[in-house]
Design a protein around this ligand. Sequence first.
Ligand SMILES: *Cc1c(COP(=O)(O)O)cnc(C)c1O
Length: 471
Amino acid sequence: MSPDEFREQGKKLIDWIADYYENIEKYPVQSQVHPGQVRQQLPSQPPIVGESFDAMIRDVDQIIMPGITHWQSPNFFAYFPSNSSFPSILGDLLSSGLGVQGMLWATSPACTELETHVLDWLADMLQLPAKFKSHSSGGGVIQDTASNAVLTAVLAARERKTNYQVNESGCRHPLVAYVSTQTHSSVEKAIKITGIGTNFLRKIGCNETLAMNPALLEQQIQEDLANGLVPFFVCATVGTTSTNAMDPLPEIGRIANQYGLWMHIDGAMSGTAALCPEFRHFLNGVELADSFAFNPHKWMFTNFDCDCFFVADRAALIKTLSILPEYLKNKATESGAVFDYRDWHAQLGRRFRALKLWFVIRHYGVSGLQYHIRRHVELGQLFAGWVRASSDFVLYGEPPLNLVCFYHKNGNSFNQVLMDHLNQTGLIYLTHTVVDGKFILRMCIGQTNTELKHVEQAWKLIKQTAKELCE
Ligand SMILES: *Cc1c(COP(=O)(O)O)cnc(C)c1O
């Protein structure tokens, strides 16, 4: 493809994307295809001779689009969002255009320095303690996902606890990690991957708000110590995936520090709320943590993938992950004056993700980001008020932010049928969780373009559909 053809097709594709956003509400939010329907329409063999770009776009329209679930629809209330924005898309496009591989400072200095700088900005925006900033002992790095952020944290915690011996001799230490019953499954996965073993993962019980019970945590640590085991890691969550529960960070932090555990805070979704001073209290206690991660790709208008991982002691991380083969040696690395981000996560190569984050922060400004976060929380609280006032629906707990958990009084199977019916209309999309055997609907309001009218329409549809199902 020549630059001229790229220019022509590229402009058409930007138009296609802009049209898509203008018409996004015309599509069923959740894709309605059945398994295999997309593949069935694709040729069994790749083309021998190259095809035109127009032919590809035609197939996108006809074959791919029906198989798309519209995560960017303002009527998407499922899971946690994976929201995006035009400045982010353009930043991502520019990253693709430059095609930089930023494994080392030397392989594109701007890729590393912009990332360090923007993560320092974010540390200030979230009022993180100075230790998480680059001019101090720590720093931030962009990871692909919260899952890999916690994997990195577990690895560094394992090595710090064993004086960097597992890296050499394999895991012979009886290490034990702690989460709550509500912690995201990615931590369990990290415990498998790192060779700790799930038999050495303790799932601590929760209180009535589904936050980790710190007394039970301490009790379990003492029991494990008495049995000759080595507690090394605890993960606290700011906004659990199931119900947005908030673990008590100060208490968990005190215990972690007392017993020498690495404390990681998973704020994948709700960490973003700390951009607003009135929600910053959810991060109180972060000063006791060794690492903290949140996902701008969930709730900060930055398209997937973008997780920001902050560590208090970067030396522990780098010592855990650094490997310097001959072919990567260079003067800048040897001088010690630069960060080489390949030493901050499992993979070597890395994309220039800081560009999209930089574009998003500059486009919205801090006040613009705060405005949108506040608006989502307000809409969530408004929706919760409607549920509270309704005689047919019950609020499950008090929503701290923008995730509303609720259910219809008619019981589990009714709620399941109600959710399936709602999603089949294609007008909205929401998902569920199960707590103590109760089937609960989750309505998460965090899509970039969701406005009051979308939330009003959703509530009307939910009430109406429930009424019809009762008849
Ligand atoms: C979504 C989520 C994750 C996993 O996020 P990825 O970035 O997809 O790995 C982890 N923790 C919590 C609390 C989440 O909500």
